[in-house]
Design a protein around this ligand. Structure first.
Ligand code: BT5
Length: 328
C-alpha cells in the first residue's frame, strides 16, 4: 500500500535537517550517495519542487529552511509518535473528499489506521449532503480507516471519541478551551473550528470499517470563508492570532485519536463520556434539535452512557436524541 523504500530525495532531506544550522556541502552529499555533484544538484532541484526551501551557496553547499517545511506525507510521518494511526498515509494536493478516497482504500483492504490527507478538497462533505469548505494551503482534511470490533449501533460513539481527540489537540494551541457541540462540532468562542464526519460500512451485526473524516480550520483567514459562514465559523489562527504548523497539529491529532480510541476499545464509552462532558458547555441551556421531520426544544442535559443527547422537554420528559442538529 505504501512505498516503503526511502527515496534519495527523502534521504537527502533527512541529512539536510540534521545539518540545518550550517551548510551541507555538495561534496559531502556526493560522497555519501556515491553520486556526481551534478546528480546531487538535480536531486536538490527535485526537493525544491516538492516545496522545500533550500539555500544554495556555491562555496558552502546547501541549507534547508526548517521554518517552512511543506505539508506532505513524508513530513507528517517523520517523528510521528503513533503506533498505527497515520503510519500509512496517502497524500493528495487535491481530491474530491478524503472520506471517499479512504473508503476506496478500505474496500481494497487498507489496514486500521490508514489515513488519507489532502491539502484541498473539491467536494468536501459535511453530514446529510452538506458541504465542507476546503481551500488549499491552510487547513487539515484527513480521513482515517478504523476497524473496531464493536456492534454497528455503537459506531456513532466514535464521533465523540474523535471529538475529544480534536478538542484536546486544539487545547494544546489555544488558551481558550474549545467546546464540543453534539454530535460532531468543535467550537472556539462559539464558532465552528472543526467538524467530524463518521461513515460506516457494515453488515447487520459487524462493522467492516469506519471512516473518521476530520476537518480542522488551522490557518484559514476570515476573508477565505464564504460570507454566510463568517458569523458561525472560525480558524485557530483567527482565534489565537498566529500561524500554526499543520504538520505539528496533525501529528498531535493522530496521537490523541490513537490514545482515546485505544482507551475506548479497552474501557468502553465511560471515559469518553467523562472527557467529552468536560468540553460540553451547553449543559443547562435551551436548545432546539432539528431532525429530518421535526424539531424538539428542550434543556440540553449532557450525554448518556451511550453517547445520546439528553433533552429535558417543557413537559419534564427526558428525551434521548440519537441524531439531529443542535441550535442554541
Ligand atoms: C460536519 O458536517 O461538520 C462534518 C465536516 C467534516 C469535514 C471533513 S474534512 C475531511 C473529511 N472529508 C470530507 O469530505 N469531510 C470530512 P455538518 O455538521 O453537516 O456541518 C456542515 C456545515 O458546517 C455546513 O453546512 C456549513 O454551515 C459549515 N461549514 C462548512 N465548511 C466549514 C468550515 N470549513 N468551517 C466551519 N464550518 C463549515
Amino acid at each position: 500500500m505504501k512505498d516503503q523504500t526511502i527515496s534519495t530525495e527523502q534521504e537527502i532531506i533527512r541529512l539536510l535537517k540534521k545539518k540545518s544550522r550550517s551548510y551541507l556541502s555538495g561534496q559531502t552529499l556526493s560522497k555519501s550517495f556515491g553520486l556526481s555533484r551534478t546528480a546531487i544538484w538535480k536531486h536538490i532541484n527535485a526537493i525544491k519542487e516538492m516545496g522545500y526551501f533550500i539555500e544554495a551557496s556555491p562555496a558552502k553547499g546547501y541549507r534547508l529552511n526548517l521554518d517552512n517545511l511543506p505539508f506532505n506525507a513524508f513530513e507528517i510521518s517523520s517523528n510521528l509518535k503513533t503506533s498505527f494511526i497515520g503510519k500509512d498515509i496517502s497524500f493528495y494536493k487535491d481530491t474530491g473528499s478524503t472520506n471517499d478516497a479512504a473508503r476506496a482504500f478500505a474496500i481494497k483492504g487498507a489496514r486500521e489506521g490508514f489515513a488519507v490527507v489532502a491539502d484541498s478538497q473539491t467536494k468536501g462533505k459535511g453530514r446529510l449532503g452538506r458541504s465542507w469548505e476546503s481551500p488549499a494551503g491552510v487547513n487539515i482534511y484527513t480521513s482515517i480507516v478504523l476497524r473496531p470490533s464493536i456492534m454497528p449501533l455503537f459506531a456513532p460513539q466514535l464521533t465523540l471519541v474523535s471529538a475529544v481527540a480534536v478538542a484536546e489537540a486544539i487545547s494544546k494551541y489555544s488558551q481558550k478551551t474549545p467546546e464540543v457541540k453534539w454530535p460532531n462540532d468543535i467550537l472556539i468562542n462559539s464558532k465552528k473550528v472543526a467538524g467530524i464526519l463518521t461513515e460506516m460500512n457494515s453488515e447487520t451485526d459487524r462493522i467492516n470499517f469506519v471512516i473518521i473524516g476530520i476537518g480542522v480550520n488551522i490557518n484559514m483567514t476570515r476573508k477565505m470563508f464564504p460570507e454566510e459562514l463568517r458569523p458561525i465559523a472560525t480558524s485557530l489562527k483567527e482565534e489565537i492570532g498566529k500561524e500554526i504548523s499543520r504538520i505539528d497539529f496533525i501529528q498531535t491529532l493522530y496521537l490523541n485519536l490513537e490514545t482515546w480510541y485505544k482507551r475506548y476499545l479497552k474501557h468502553g464509552f465511560e471515559p469518553i463520556r467523562r472527557a467529552w462532558t468536560g468540553y460540553f458547555t451547553m449543559a443547562g441551556r435551551v436548545v432546539k434539535v432539528r431532525q429530518m421531520d421535526k424539531a424538539i426544544v428542550g434543556v440540553a442535559m449532557g450525554i448518556d452512557d451511550n453517547g445520546e443527547l439528553l433533552l429535558r422537554e417543557k413537559s419534564g420528559n427526558i428525551t434521548r436524541i440519537i441524531s439531529g442538529d443542535v441550535e442554541i
